[in-house]
Design a protein around this ligand. Structure first.
Ligand SMILES: Nc1ncnc2c1ncn2[C@@H]1O[C@H](COP(=O)(O)OP(=O)(O)O)[C@@H](O)[C@H]1O
Ligand SMILES: [Mg+2]
Length: 494
């Protein structure tokens, strides 16, 4: 068919055919799935060609086989078997790479295959190839049991248009799907490997923590950070804010330990002029100032019962009332809290409100103590050396061993102190063992009991710090495992 003839046909396309073409070409502009395209196409073909059945089969070049993708039947009885269609027609289409049209199938040589009663009844067939890179990869076949006038050359041309458009649309849908899948995969990988700003660590424990921080940062959930002093709770709270959608808004923090109640209250909630002596004007509280941002309450276990009640109200109603005021003000603040105390135990003992605990404990994150991730010590030490402007300094093997042997009750903060001290002491180019000076915790120094009591307490504390591991306990105390065992026996401890 030459160009002029083609235009002649186009001019003669029916209104329905135009509508179908338009509707199918719109698929090209939408984000659609392959199934949707195929289903739309079959509906249109059935409708416009006025066939009784239509089928779309994929052609596998390798095995020269057909695979039924979808089919339609006017009386809604869906035929799901490829055998119910004449495979002879599919072959013809593949062979010719062109649309085919038959009005008297049963008398066509090489086409009538009496595999199925259904096929035996077919009189008119129209078949169109879907071509990509000059190869047939699919076939659309519509057929009818009567001699259909509608199966005309003009319909053949129309089907060919459709086939071309569908080829394009499917191609695009497949590409989009592949891209979407790749994207999902990459996102997962990024999440796995994405580091948390300023937090150093490559241990399994820290990688898990980074993953958790990234996850929770994407939500707006209230977070409770649990961990010993110096493990990085402040750092984690800040990281959650910076990785969240609130990052452009304020991150404010309030330390709640050992601060007079009234002061803490006016800091958090603000006050109205005249609320108390010295309240010369209205003042916004920190919670209000953190609107649309994140508020971090550090050492939450230390707040008074009265403040616990007020904080509960903030979490329940998302509003605050300034001291001396009556009018509540709405705030939109994400709350992160932290403690190194056992809040659950405090709830049991009645010193911490249970309802507040549940409000704070929506997403608890435990930050592991440094002694549970000793493999990070080298990385951390190096990081601190660099951060303190002495990147030319190397950490000697024995000094690293010494650091790794210690149990770090003060965690990373203590490690930072030790490195700081080492840098002052070191004037060579390598930090040696003697530059590593680890102070014992003051707590043990202020002990006022007997030597025996002291021994017992220290041993039990170390055991606890090493999760009952006697070898590590002995190592950290500079004694033999046998000594630890003997002592425990002496003290009658299992
Ligand atoms: N993973 C880490 N990588 C680098 N520095 C850390 C890390 N964790 C903690 N620090 C540093 O250790 C010190 C104590 O951390 P901080 O967040 O204040 O602990 P916490 O609030 O749990 O007591 C800070 O100087 C902090 O920058
Ligand atoms: Mg802290």
């Amino acid at each position: 068919m030459n160009i002029v003839d083609k235009f002649g046909y186009i001019k003669n396309l029916s209104r329905e055919q135009f509508e179908a073409l338009q509707s199918i070409s719109q698929l090209l502009n939408r984000e659609v799935y392959e199934e949707d395209i195929v289903n739309d196409m079959l509906d249109w073909v059935l409708h416009v060609v006025n066939a009784e059945r239509v089928v779309f089969a994929r052609y596998e070049l390798a095995g020269e086989s057909f695979q039924l993708i979808a089919s339609r039947n006017v009386n809604k009885k869906v035929t799901n078997r490829l055998e119910d269609f004449s495979v002879g027609i599919f072959r013809q289409v593949v062979l010719r790479k062109q649309p085919v049209l038959y009005h008297d199938v049963q008398n066509e040589q090489g086409l009538s295959q009496f595999a199925s009663v259904l096929i035996k009844k077919i009189r008119s067939v129209i078949g169109v190839p879907l071509i990509k890179n000059d190869e047939v990869w699919g076939v659309i076949v519509a057929d009818s049991q009567s001699d259909r006038r509608e199966f005309t050359d003009s319909n053949l041309l129309f089907l060919n248009f459709i086939a071309n458009l569908v080829s394009l649309a499917l191609d695009r849908a497949v590409k989009l799907r592949v891209l979407a899948e790749d994207n999902l995969l990459l996102k997962r990988q990024v999440e796995e490997f994405r580091e948390v700003p300023d937090m150093i660590g490559s241990s399994k424990a820290m990688k898990d923590l980074f993953k958790l921080i990234n996850r929770v940062a994407a939500s707006d959930a209230t977070v409770l950070l649990l961990g010993e002093s110096g493990t990085g709770k402040d750092l984690a709270a800040n990281a959650i804010h910076r990785l969240s959608s609130r990052r452009e808004n304020p991150f404010l923090a309030q330390f709640c330990g050992s601060i007079p109640d009234s002061l803490l209250e006016s800091e958090l909630f603000g006050y109205k002029r005249g609320a108390f002596t010295g309240a010369a004007g209205d003042k916004k509280g920190l919670l209000e100032a953190a609107d649309n941002g994140t508020f971090f309450l550090d050492e939450i276990a230390d707040i008074s019962q009265a403040l616990q009640a007020k904080l509960l109200r903030v979490l329940e109603n998302r509003e605050i009332i300034r001291l001396g005021d009556t009018q509540p003000r709405k705030i939109n603040v994400r709350i992160i809290t932290a403690t190194n105390k056992d809040l659950q135990q405090m709830v049991k003992e009645g010193t911490f409100r249970e309802d507040l605990f549940y409000r704070l404990n929506v997403f608890p994150i435990r930050i592991p103590p440094l002694r549970e991730r000793k493999e990070d010590i080298s990385l951390l030490a190096q990081h601190f050396i660099e951060k303190l402007g002495r990147s030319e300094l190397k950490l000697g093997r024995f000094s690293l061993l010494k650091l790794e042997k210690y149990h770090w009750p003060g965690n990373i903060r203590q490690l930072l102190n030790v490195i700081q001290r080492a840098l002052i002491l070191c004037d060579g180019e390598r930090i040696e063992e003697e530059h590593i000076i680890i102070e014992e915790q003051q707590e043990t120094m202020s002990f006022s009991g007997t030597m025996e009591e002291f021994e017992k307490r220290l041993l039990l504390k170390r055991l606890e710090e090493h999760n009952g591991n006697r070898t590590q306990t002995a190592e950290s105390l500079g004694v033999s495992v046998r000594w630890v065992q003997l002592k425990l026996k002496e003290m009658d401890i299992k």
